[in-house]
Each structure stands twice: as C-alpha cells, then as structure tokens.
Design a protein around this ligand. Structure first.
Ligand SMILES: [Zn+2]
Length: 198
C-alpha cells in the first residue's frame, strides 16, 4: 500500500479501526453511516437546504453537504439523498473525509457544493479548497470501495457492474470509475459510457 495517497491511507486506517473496535467483518457494503455516528461521534441529518443551517454560506449556490465542528453534525441535502442512496453514502463518506483530514481542532464548518468551488474566491484559496475537495473524494472512494475488497469481488463477479454496485451499495458510475482507476475493467468495458459520474 506504499503507493497510496495520504487521504486513502487515512480511509484505510479508519475502516480498520472501526472493524477492530466493533468486531465487524471486512466485507462490503461498508457501513459508512455507522462509522460516522459510532466511531467519529457525528450526527447525520438531512435538510431541505443546507444553506439554511447556521454558519453556512448563503452566497455560494446549493450545497450537497456540510460538516459543522461545533455541533458535530453532517448535514445532507434531502433532495439529493432521495434521488440516490449511493450519492447519500458518498456524501457522508466525503464529509467524514473532511472531518478526519481537514477539521482536526478547527472550528469552521466545511461546506461542499455539488460542483467545484466559487470562482469569486481568490486564486490561492480556490486552489486550496479544490485540493481539499479532491482529498475528501479520494478518502470517500477508498472508504466505500476499499481496493482489496473491490479486487476480490471484481474477480468473483467477472466485473459485473450492477452486481458490484449493489454489493458495495454505491452507484454504477462510482464503481465503474473505481474499477477503471484500479485497472480492473476489461478494455471492452472501459470504453462504454455510463453517463455522469456518481
Ligand atoms: Zn467537500
């Protein structure tokens, strides 16, 4: 695992910690909400508009999620959650990534828009925020679709995307991208478009 990035290593360590402490088997689907609530001691809540949560920026467009250090709450957009269970799980994992990687003692909430960050912020801040979003996404992918488990189940199912998505409780585009980046997708499948990511 020496070639793993720091966010991926942090996700692997978090999952291992959870499985050891709560004697949970290393198998998909990863119980991401239970990890957030029991291991990280966070609450997961949904609301109609995350921008209405105290402390959220009202001037940055719609938010998919936000994690607030003072209340230890992960806020999720109810509409997105209703649309896709996989999306809901991914956003929880993404917010756990911010909690583990970026919050550590800070008191400012971390807010996450569906797309990238605002162009209105200054260049250095945008660069820094984009890096943090990319790190949270790498963390989320590794937490929900650990490489060792994906390899195992990809071989067992012959890279059946629908079966894998169901087994890992993620969207088909998410598992497809994961297989692709891990070099597990047969070439003939890699060229088939599946629509927008997640
Ligand atoms: Zn984020």
């Amino acid at each position: 695992m020496a070639d793993k990035s720091q966010p991926e290593q942090a996700a692997i360590a978090l999952l291992r910690d959870f499985e050891e402490r709560f004697r949970v088997a290393h198998a998909p689907p990863v119980p991401v909400e239970r990890i957030a609530t029991t291991l990280l001691d966070l609450l997961v809540e949904e609301c109609d508009d995350v921008r209405s949560v105290p402390g959220a920026p009202a001037d940055q467009g719609r938010l998919s999620g936000m994690v607030v250090p003072a209340t230890r709450i992960i806020w999720l957009d109810r509409t997105e959650c209703a649309r896709s269970r996989g999306r809901r799980r991914f956003t929880i994992a993404h917010e756990c990534g911010h909690w583990v990687l970026h919050i550590a003692g800070a008191d400012q909430p971390v807010c996450c828009r569906p797309e990238d960050v605002s162009e209105q912020a200054d260049v250095e801040k945008v660069r820094q925020l984009r890096r943090r979003e990319a790190e949270a996404n790498a963390f989320a992918r590794e937490l929900l679709m650990p490489e060792s488990l994906v390899v195992e189940h990809a071989h067992a199912t012959g890279c059946n995307l629908a079966a894998l998505a169901e087994r890992f409780d993620v969207s088909v585009p998410a598992i497809r991208l994961r297989l692709l980046t891990l070099g597990l997708l047969p070439a003939w499948m890699a060229s088939v478009p599946t629509g927008p990511h997640r």
